[in-house]
Design a protein around this ligand. Structure first.
Ligand code: ADP
Length: 220
């Protein structure tokens, strides 16, 4: 199967980090920025780099951006450039456009002009870090919906050696342990009542936000 090809427009802090990670994951990435220095810095790292103003329709057409599977607009501060670029990409028929928004209003405009996915890196990172600060055992989480979350929790000393039967998270807190990532590298998927958790293992739990918060609070 052909691997997806990505183009990242705007090689600032966010765009360059995203582009480098896509390369690490084994994908081809074209990086575009109108700032020569930003492009020069990434020239060794990406498959292809171009100095160009993404609001210039002729330039964008000449780069064949239409053929990329996904184009990420990582222009932040210049909201006008972000919006013009996005409209242009949608106009020329790019299948998947992902754009970074700096504010809720910026995000709303991007949605209205047909962006397939809007991301708010600063806002989302702020929320994530706040959760991790108030709950030191929380390593990561994914919101499945407004109500349900999957969370990765570091097993604290107070739970060392307990079996899932002893933990009894389902009866006590309403949430379930769906996997245990053992500190030595094994992963127990769908653990049973006799499986145990040890300090420094990571347990993956699923439940409502409230149930998970209740459980996290009991660990502090
Ligand atoms: P970050 O906060 O991720 O560093 P910035 O907004 O500071 O984001 O950086 C965005 C990048 O996008 C900059 O390198 C800038 O040169 C580039 N950029 C801004 N407008 C355009 C444009 N019209 N065409 C191409 N690149 C652009």
């Amino acid at each position: 199967m052909k691997r997806s090809q990505y183009a990242v427009i705007g090689l600032g802090r966010f765009g360059s980090s995203l582009a480098k990670e896509l390369i690490q994951l084994g994908y081809e990435v074209m990086g575009i920025d109108m700032d020569e220095e930003a492009v020069e810095e990434m020239s060794e790292e990406l498959t292809h780099v171009v100095v160009a103003d993404s609001t210039d329709e002729d330039v964008i057409r000449s780069l064949g951006i239409r053929n990329f599977d996904c184009v990420i607009v990582a222009i932040g501060d210049d909201i006008q450039a972000s919006i013009l670029t996005t409209i242009l990409l949608k106009d020329i028929g790019v299948k998947m456009v992902v754009a970074k928004a700096l504010s809720e209003l910026h995000g709303k405009v991007l949605h209205k002009i047909g962006v397939d996915r809007v991301i708010f890196p600063e806002r989302d990172m702020g929320i994530r870090v706040a959760h991790q600060l108030v709950s030191p055992n929380l390593l990561d989480y994914i919101e499945l919906s407004k109500e349900y979350t999957i969370a990765e929790l570091a097993v604290p000393k107070c739970l060392d050696g307990l079996s899932l039967k002893e933990l009894d998270t389902r009866a006590r807190y309403g949430c379930s342990v769906v996997a245990i990532n053992k500190k030595h590298g094994d992963v127990i998927i769908a653990p049973t009542a006799t499986d145990t958790v040890d300090e420094k293992d990571v347990m993956v739990i699923i439940g409502t936000n409230e149930q998970i918060e209740h459980f996290e609070n009991a660990l502090v």
